[in-house]
Design a protein around this ligand. Sequence first.
Ligand SMILES: [Mn+2]
Length: 344
Amino acid sequence: MNIDSDKIAKLRELLSAPAQRIVIVTHTNPDGDAIGSSLAWKRVLESQGHTVTCLVPNRYPSFLEWMEGIGEVGIFKEDKEGVLAARVREAQIVFCLDFNQISRLENLSDVLMENTAAPRVLIDHHLNPPLEEYALAFSHPESCSTAFLVYKIIESYAGIDLIDTAMGEGLYVGMMTDTGNFSFSNLTPELYRSVAVLLEKGIDIPRINVSVYNSYSEGRVRLLGYSIYQKMGVIQHGTVAYIALKESELRRFDFQLGDSEGFVNYPLSIKSIRMSAMFLQTRKFIRVSLRSRGDVDVNLFARRYFNGGGHKNAAGGKSFTTVEQTVEYYKKCVAEFFAGEKKE
Ligand SMILES: [Mn+2]
């Protein structure tokens, strides 16, 4: 993966003024990559003498609570005093990590748009960024994670000597969670070489694994069992699956935000399943998560049917009807989507 040296020069220029106030923003329902890459990039900027605030639109999942520096991440939704809004208004540079649609940050979108003075820098691996909204864009959809992209930028911008253990942990968490613990696509030799460097920086991979993957509540584990045993539907001659969960069901299992993270992947462990969907009812809408294997393009599916998008094998969207209607609609869409394919 090549980082454009002209862009690194532009980054250097933006960061050349000393002691700037910088805000790093990442996406709604922040995941391991969003948080890991933000925390690592914050440390890089702080090492250059800048004052940095990491912001998330809403709370991160509890399995990231162990990470160094997470206590200082500002949760915009919980910003009753307007302290975080003020930071956005005063920011001299805004970095947008692991997303590219500023309009999808709930309440944070408007405040960000109001600050027209601060140049915006994009560091992201999602498709179709609106480049006109950014003064500088490191957009690499071929990267497995934003964390790996941040690693490559650090390498070009400052050199890997700058990376310390905490930065390494952030970067590793991002790479690990976005690749399903190094099992999805975009696993390049270069990625593993970067992991080797992070190991040299002292990251403790077994400990990170335990912290991220073995730190669930009893309710979360029971909800997973319930979702698969009672709620998983299989359609399209055994090739497509879905799980739909209603708010009332979530309450039974003492649901916490982030608890259903990863559920959508489980149906794909069935040999014949090529695409999986998860419908999660929230107060305002039904959150749609889509995963697939091989050539099944869920980015296309999400764009076409659920007003969303993402990557080829992992995408998301929204539905504003009931859970029942959403499932019925999904079944119709699946039939239409796969209708063009010839029978095997
Ligand atoms: Mn990501």
